[in-house]
Design a protein around this ligand. Structure first.
Ligand code: PEP
Ligand code: MN
Length: 347
């Protein structure tokens, strides 16, 4: 249920919050541009009790949330959510460019990658330290050493970092080092992991499962939001189809569909969708045209030496070309890339 406040007065909101708790529901205060609402989520049975709150003078209306995703939906918030990630903003006209290698492999590799992507205009640095690999015999990532390298290099270049946590136990350590926690496609429905990511305040990049519907994608976001972390960025990264020319099929329709249904920002990862570097630039352009709030692109200074996903990684010169190609499109669609200053977090 949504309790629409007629006033955003803090004391009044606090009173509604405590009444919602007394009635056995979890309150989530959502301050939008036009109105403040308190979303009361919990067991649907007995929700009529919440309607009694309409008698309060500062409550305008109590309405039912019709969609299954309560906090991720447009019903609780009509304007776009803007996520702040240590100086980089995502959503509501702010376009994020998260670039870097699939895996952190060495300090030198990350230095070269960070310097190149920063110079080309990226505003976030990516790199996997805990890698979810299809084969147990493949490189599994540098783990803690990788996190340290990523943090140091990110700081040095003024780039907030995004990196994956693959288990609930890794969430705390990743949150300590990173500015954004990535939940990978293979873990989109790992509910323990989603709940753990919901218990911190660090922004979360939630990738769509390769066999998940848009509805399931939004329900996974709901898990994170319902635990109290409102900082969720969605990422479309391609789904499995019968097509074999590409690794996955980039479902760009997900972008406008998500935008109609949800206030959360959505970025697009053309690298994992394509599985080949030579179509990444046109698909990044298509993502901008579809209304995405950002892109995540795999960039490696020497793709032929990459320990993972080299075949889909852009070399730095190609990434520069990608940026030069999308900049006029961003201008035409009214989007800007906010460059962060110094990073805030100090692990
Ligand atoms: C990645 O970002 O390196 C990754 C493993 O992506 P996905 O979870 O989308 O496959
Ligand atoms: Mn990868």
């Amino acid at each position: 249920m949504i309790i629409v406040m007629s006033s955003g007065n803090e004391e009044n909101v606090a009173h509604v919050v405590s009444r919602v708790k007394e009635l056995g529901y979890n309150p989530h205060v959502i301050v939008g541009v036009e109105r403040t609402v308190v979303a009361a989520v919990g067991d649907e049975r007995g929700k009529e009790r919440l309607t009694s709150l309409e008698a309060l003078p500062y409550v305008e209306q109590v309405i039912r949330i019709l969609k299954p995703f309560k906090l991720a939906g447009r019903e609780v918030r009509t304007d776009d959510t803007v996520i702040s990630c240590s100086g980089a903003s995502i959503g509501g006209g702010h376009f994020a460019v998260m670039a870097g290698p699939c895996s952190v492999e060495s300090r030198e590799q990350m230095q070269e990658a960070a310097e190149g992507v920063k110079a080309a205009g990226a505003n976030m640095l990516r790199g996997g330290a805990f890698k979810p690999r299809t084969s147990p015999y493949s490189f599994q990532g540098m783990e803690l050493d990788g996190l340290r390298i990523l943090r140091d290099v990110g700081k040095m270049h003024g780039l907030p970092i995004v990196t994956e946590a693959t288990t609930p136990e890794q969430v705390a350590v990743v949150a300590q080092y990173a500015d954004m926690i990535q939940i990978g496609a293979r873990n989109m429905q790992n509910y323990g992991l989603l709940r753990a990511a919901g218990k911190v305040k660090t922004p979360v990049l939630l990738k769509r499962g390769m066999m998940s519907t848009i509805n399931e994608f939004l329900m996974s976001a709901e898990y994170i939001l319902s635990e109290g972390n409102p900082n969720v960025v969605l990422c479309e990264r391609g789904i499995r189809t019968f097509e074999s020319e590409t690794r996955n099929t980039l479902d760009l329709q997900a972008v406008p569909v998500v935008k109609l249904n949800s206030h959360l920002p959505i970025v697009v990862d053309p690298s994992h969708a394509a599985g080949r570097w030579d179509i990444v630039i046109p698909m990044a352009c298509a993502a901008v045209a579809a209304g995405a709030d950002g892109i995540m692109v795999e960039v490696h200074p020497h793709p032929e030496e990459a320990m993972s996903d080299g075949q889909q990684s852009l070399r730095l010169s190609k990434f520069k070309r990608l940026m030069d190609t999308i900049l006029p499109l961003l201008e035409a669609t009214g989007k800007t890339i906010t460059q962060p200053g110094a990073r805030n977090s100090d692990a």
